[in-house]
Every structure is written in C-alpha cells, then in structure tokens.
Design a protein around this ligand. Structure first.
Ligand SMILES: Cc1ncc(COP(=O)(O)O)c(C=O)c1O
Length: 458
C-alpha cells in the first residue's frame, strides 16, 4: 500500500481541523486529571495536549480537534496509528492467546524468525533475539550481555546519546535532566564526541576535517594510557535521535567499526529510534555498510504496541547462560502479532513504504530549506528519510541556539494551527520531522508550511 490515495484512507481526510483553541474544555479537564494523578517525570511533562483517537498520521483530542501528527508518538507509529491490518491481526490473536510467560509461544517464535530475516548483513539469519517491552530494556540487556560475552566492563557511548533511562542505560545516556541528582551511574562508561558537524567540537569543517572525530575514537580505543583498556563494546546511534537528529558523515561509522575491531570491542547499533524503516532503509546502519554485532530495536517495530528487543550474532549469543535474563511479559502473543504485521507492511513490495520515506524526506527537506532562506532562525536542515532535524538558531551567522522561550512559542503556535511537534537536541532547539511513514504528501507539505509560517512570527 503506497499510492497517495490508498495512504490517504489511513488518516482522517481533513487535517488539521480546529474546532476550538487547544486545550479546549474537555481536554483541559483531562489534563488536570493527569497532572493531579500522574508523575510529571514522564517525557511529555505538562504538554497541553491529550490524545483521544488516532488514525494514520492524524490524531484527535477530546474536543474533536484533528491534528497532523508529525511526531508519530516519537518515531513509533511508522505504519500509522490503528492501521486496519494491525488491528485485524491483533483482534484475531486476542481471541486465542495473549500472555504466555517467558517461554515459547507460537507467535513469539514466528516473530523471532521474521526478525532474523530482516536484519542487516552480518546478523541476517545468523542471530538470536531477546524481546523486551521498550528500548531501555533492550539496551539494559545489551550491557549485561556484553559483560558476559567479552568479560570486559567498559562501554563507549557518545555525547548527545540517548539509550534510555534505567540505571544501566541511563549511564550511557547524556543530558542533565536525566542525570543530575540521579547518580552514581554504572562504572566504566566513556563518552566520546558524536560527529555533530553543525557544531563540531574540534572547530573543524567537513570534509577538510579529515574525520578528526573518528580518528579520536581510534586514538582513545587503541592508544596506551587513555584509560580505555577494557572496552567490551561501543554503542552508537547510526543517526543520533534525542541528541538532535544528527546524521554522521558517511565515513564515520566504518571508521568507528575498524577502531572497535582493533580493540576487540563489539559494535552495538542502537536502532530504537532510527530503525524500522524511518531513515529510508530498514536499519539506519545500512546507510554505512557497517555490520553490527548487536542491534537494539523498538519504537517503530512494535508501533502501537510495546515491543522491542536486542538481536545479537549467534556465536555471541552462545556465550550467554540460559535463564540469566528472565522477563515476564516478553514476546506477548498480541504484541508479537502487531510487530510482525508492522514488519510485513514496511517490507512488502520490495520495501515500497521505506523507499517512499527516503524520497518524501528529500522533498520535505527541500521545502523547508527553501522556506529557510526567508528566515534568520532556521540554521540547519538535516537527516535521512523521515528522520529530519531542523535546528533553530538566533541567527544563521552566530548559530547561537534559539532560546527556550522562542522554541516554546513556535511549538505552541504549531499546536494552535493543528500540528504536534516534539523538539530534541542538546539545547532543545531542534524540531524533528518524524511522521508516520504513511503520511500523505499533502499532510507532509501542509506540516512544512505550518512550521515555516509559525517560525516566521518569531
Ligand atoms: C536510540 C534510543 N535508544 C533507546 C531508547 C529508549 O527507549 P524506550 O523509551 O522505549 O525505553 C530511545 C528512546 O527514545 C532511543 O531513542
């Protein structure tokens, strides 16, 4: 399913459709109920929107406002919300088996086989999967497995990295809001610069930099007296997500992989956000040709259902003890079916939907770059497929990050016009276009116009 007419049927026909200022009266009541009873440590904090219904790349609030969802539930709803095929498959499954416990069930076994078949080279049909309910659990498991497999206890992660917020994975994650006051973290974590070319920490420009950042990874891993003598794994996002939707230059990941091999460290590609077709390839690592030893995945794989996992090479998996990592809800039959249906929709017709994401992503970037010429505050437009970052600045020359107040005003302006936007980045100043892959071209272009119109008001 990828013609525009067919895709249009998955979403509400008219979006945005604003009946009343957001939050309207019913929404306000739910918000109060939520603020009074839920922990605001949650990711969305007090964002003044309440989801009531969702269809494709569009959502409704309790007051009947219809919005374009450019966030896909933070890169989750790749095939759109409530996809009819996913709903039908889940409904059928719900009548036969749901929870099984942490042993085999028919659907979970089928899923493990399906996942093996869609892995990138190196892992494809040569891997073992461990299922979790979210990305944090997948990364947490990766940390534990790396220790056992390698007998080493150091892990390299990167500035701007987000790998979840449990105790182990939070130690790999950066960002004051997740860390300050919550330490101490697990020992042995070394953070190195991610290749964020727009704000290169070495003050260099690509390509004349000759990949100083990748050389630095090699230097730290493979030079005596750097303190990195016992590194079991390097964990890296093939395009950084929460850290600002930052794609690395093409040479970077292959150079990191070589540095890992020299040191004897495993290479973990964290694909929780960038995987499942989002960047125009099934796995973001496929843009680089690097063969990872492990992949952590989640978000878009489960879509509407909480399903994530760690997939690792078979020879490495053989070194993990049986019964060493139980997980009560792993591989629930209904979530397994949802995940398999998502995979089918993403990969059928020679990955038509994923290939469309690559093309549509270029069109979105072109549209925003064109509009950016008329404003001083859009500094950089970057990313692969439908994982697009738009970095907002005070002005293009200074590149000073746009202040939080102005960022907040634009987000509220977009919400008022009928579009949900969740920012990211080390300064909270990067807007991210991460819509469902099934978004229509019309909705995608409308979303670009809303962003440009709203930004022009600052
Ligand atoms: C790259 C990456 N890894 C891990 C996680 C953690 O996933 P979850 O929130 O499902 O635990 C995220 C979440 O945003 C992520 O982007």
């Amino acid at each position: 399913m990828s013609s525009e007419q067919e895709l249009a049927k998955l979403s509400y026909a008219t979006a945005p459709l604003i009946n009343c200022p957001i939050p309207g009266p019913k929404t306000a009541e739910y918000l109060q109920g939520s603020f009074d009873n839920e922990s605001m440590a949650r990711g969305g904090g007090k964002f003044p929107f309440v989801f009531s219904e969702g269809k494709g790349a569009t959502v409704k609030d309790p007051d009947g406002n219809v919005l374009i969802d450019i966030t896909a539930g933070v890169a989750v709803n790749s095939v759109g919300r409530c996809h009819p095929r996913v709903v039908a498959a889940m409904t059928e499954q719900m009548n036969s088996l749901m929870h099984a416990s942490d042993i085999s069930n028919v659907r979970r076994t089928e899923l493990a086989q399906k996942v093996a078949g869609i892995m990138p080279p190196g892992l494809r049909n040569n891997c073992i999967s461990y299922f979790t309910q979210g990305g944090s659990g997948a990364v947490e498991t990766a940390i534990k497995f790396v220790r056992k497999i390698t007998g080493r206890n150091q892990i390299v992660a990167f500035h701007g990295a987000y790998h979840g917020v449990w105790c182990g994975c939070n130690s790999l994650t950066t960002g004051d809001q997740y860390r300050k006051g919550y330490g101490p973290f697990i020992p042995g974590v070394i953070h190195l610069p991610y290749p964020y070319c727009y704000r290169c920490c070495f003050g260099l420009s690509y390509p004349s930099c000759e990949m100083r950042c990748a050389q630095y990874v090699d230097y730290v891993l493979n030079t005596p007296y750097t303190g990195a003598d016992d590194v079991g794994a390097v964990i890296i996002e093939a395009q950084q997500g929460e850290g600002g939707y930052v794609p690395p230059p093409p040479e970077y990941l292959p150079m990191v992989k070589k540095a890992c091999e020299k040191h004897g460290a495993l290479y973990i590609s964290d694909e929780v956000q960038a995987g499942a077709g989002r960047t125009g390839k099934m796995w973001c690592i496929e843009h680089s040709g690097v063969e990872p030893d492990m992949i952590t995945w989640g978000k878009g794989m489960g879509g509407d259902m909480p399903m994530a996992g760690l997939t690792i090479r078979k020879d490495l998996a053989a070194l993990i003890d049986d019964h060493s990592q139980p997980n009560t809800f792993a591989g629930n039959a209904v979530t397994s079916v949802a995940c398999m249906t998502n995979i089918d929709i993403l990969t059928e017709n020679d990955q038509a939907l994923i290939k469309r994401a690559a093309v549509l992503g270029e069109e979105i970037k072109d549209r925003i770059r064109e509009g950016a010429k008329k404003t001083r505050i859009i500094g950089d437009v970057r990313g692969n497929g439908l994982m697009i970052g738009i970095e907002m600045v005070e002005d293009k020359q200074s590149r000073v990050p746009l202040g939080r107040d102005d960022v907040g005003k634009i987000i509220m302006g977009m919400l008022a016009r009928g579009m949900i936007m969740v920012p990211c980045g080390r300064f909270g100043n990067v807007f991210r276009f991460m819509p469902p892959l099934v978004i229509t071209r019309e909705h995608a272009m409308k979303a670009c116009d809303i962003l440009l119109e709203t930004a022009a008001e600052i």
